[in-house]
Design a protein. Structure first.
Ligand code: MN
Ligand code: MN
Length: 307
């Protein structure tokens, strides 16, 4: 079963402009082969399908716990896309008249589906607009092969994030990217440590892929200085056994000058507020004239508070 927390893993700055091109490129990190939907579903299905889990409990706990974190990564990538599509709008935006074809001059590189299907919000698709598919899930039944795949998946995800970083300087996108460079680094290192325990092969010597450090990027360095690269968060009352893998001192080439010991934090991250999206009249979201819906919602909310 799952619990849900109404927060983002970290606070995102509001996008200073409406930026549909960046929103489209960030979609790759949500619904692409190496996107967060893939990491979530790979680790989730591997954990659902794991045999002999009581005998291999630390590895089961590690994959299950990281799967839960990936749920929050889907949420923060979606929130970044939403922020990029929303821009700095606050309050209900009725500045666009549908009769004036307000979207006829969207920039080349915008994804029409963001406007047509999503009402200017994230979609479970990649940067080409292709839907995420279960074909991206690898769950072989062989623990070492699954862990090796997960190590590859985290590094593939990192490569693509680094490329998207080069396509935008929008702070809503880059804050999300900086955070996920660091968290992806934790996951790659955790899978490397698990493989090392099982096989003796020093997988961690292959990090980072590509061979450029997280600390190079100020948006990532900020989170490293908060120790995020050393922390594996615990998203459950169960799965504590993951702590037995996430121990020891961070290797110097991984720590990049922000040294320390690996730490299993017995809680999820503190988190930050959700991105609050303004209503948009031209998207009919929530409605062209939303007053009635808001009045009904307000009455219900008052009732709930009075109880
Ligand atoms: Mn992730
Ligand atoms: Mn990950």
């Amino acid at each position: 079963m799952f619990l849900r927390i109404d927060k983002l893993p970290v606070e995102l700055p509001m996008s200073p402009e409406i930026d549909p091109v960046a929103a489209r490129n960030v979609q790759e990190l949500l619904g692409g082969r190496f996107g967060e939907m893939s990491t979530l579903m790979n680790y989730t299905y591997q954990s659902f399908n794991m045999r002999g889990r009581d005998q291999i409990r630390p590895f089961y706990a590690l994959i299950s716990n990281i799967a839960a974190e990936e749920g929050g990564h889907i949420e923060i990538v979606s929130a970044a896309i939403n922020s990029l599509l929303n821009g700095p709008r606050q309050g209900f935006d009725d500045s666009e008249n549908p009769g004036d074809a307000p979207w006829k001059d969207l920039p080349g590189g915008a994804l029409g589906g963001h406007y047509i299907a999503g009402g200017q919000t994230a979609l479970p698709v990649d940067s080409r607009g292709m839907p995420w598919t279960g074909d991206y899930v690898f769950s072989s039944g062989n623990l070492i092969l699954d862990l090796l795949h997960n190590f590859f998946l985290e590094n593939g995800a990192r490569t693509q994030k680094l490329r998207v970083y080069q396509m935008t300087d929008n702070p809503a996108a880059r804050t999300m990217l900086g955070y996920l460079f660091v968290r992806g680094g934790v996951h790659a290192m955790a899978y490397a440590k698990a493989l090392q325990l099982l096989t003796g092969v020093e997988m961690s010597k292959m990090l980072p892929i590509p061979n450029i450090g997280n600390a190079t990027f100020p948006e990532a360095r900020k989170f490293m200085e908060q120790g995020s690269h050393l922390k594996l968060y615990h998203f459950s009352n169960d799965f504590k056994e993951a702590a037995t893998i996430w121990t020891g001192t961070a290797p110097a080439e991984y720590a990049e000058g922000v040294a320390g010991d690996f730490e299993f934090v017995d809680a999820p991250p503190t988190g930050g507020p959700q991105v609050d999206l303004a209503g948009i009249a031209s998207s009919f979201a929530p409605n062209y004239a939303p007053q009635e819906i808001m009045e009904i919602a307000n009455k219900l909310y008052q009732k709930a508070k009075d109880h």
